[in-house]
Design a protein around this ligand. Sequence first.
Ligand SMILES: *[C@@H]1O[C@H](CO)[C@@H](O)[C@H](O)[C@H]1NC(C)=O
Length: 292
Amino acid sequence: MTSLALLNAFVLFALSTTQVFAQSCPCGYKDSSGHIWREAIVSDFTQSAGALAAVNANWIIATDFEAQPTGTANIQYVTANVFQHQDALGLKASAYDNSGSVKSAEIFTERSDILYGSFRMQAQVPSVPGVVFGFFTYISDTQEQDIEFLSSDVDYYQHVYYTNQPGQLPGGGVDTNAAKSVVVPGADFTRFGVHRFDWLPAATTYSYAGTSDSGATITSSTTITKNVPTTPSEFVLNVWSNGDAGFSKGPPTEDAIATVQFVHLYFNSTSFSAASFNSACSAAGHVAPCNV
Ligand SMILES: *[C@@H]1O[C@H](CO)[C@@H](O)[C@H](O)[C@H]1NC(C)=O
């Protein structure tokens, strides 16, 4: 690399504080479908510095109060419910204390400029009934794509809800073209497995890869082409309950905890253009993209 190219690479790196991984993968990330993503947020919650260090690097812990007119309790997101848990990140909805709100957990990315990508988490779902565990992009109630687990489902350990919002028809019924209720035979989501979605302009593909209790590999994939978001978004994980009889149920009578070992977000954003990416890749000598 010439010193000018090196300077260019450094300037590009310095200009964009988000380019934490630009040095190691200056030509981006190539996913299993062959798509190239320019940027990454790689949060390893099992790292020796601790889960909260990984949270603090890229995420904001929610502390907001959300009034829930349709529920029997409100939601109060609290910092303490995002915590180091068994060599991973714990996200907890606390046992309900009849205070009027359920102490819940949410983290969201500092960035809200994510537009398309491949998003994965390795996690165990909560097994205490009465909560929702979500892994999703969000910028508005109609620009949102969700993976959700409902711990009150009898088959909660192999049942997942995939939704490109809005998931309801104007009349109120479920829009089965935008919202899929998927049961994965043989799966046990209380074991660590990878839950993923790939957001492309024309489709969101939701998938799961894990092992059954007997050690067999279990995979599943579902594509939704309706209501695919088109707006730059943030990324969110949460565990919450509002006691609503139709969805979260609960509130939980014991602490309900999701355990997350990692979140890997590979994506493009509106802040780091294709042209800037090409310059950085060129300055780095067109090295191969990192396979992810
Ligand atoms: C993401 O960025 C790469 C590199 O600039 C580009 O080739 C790809 O088409 C982009 N993906 C989408 C879905 O825009």
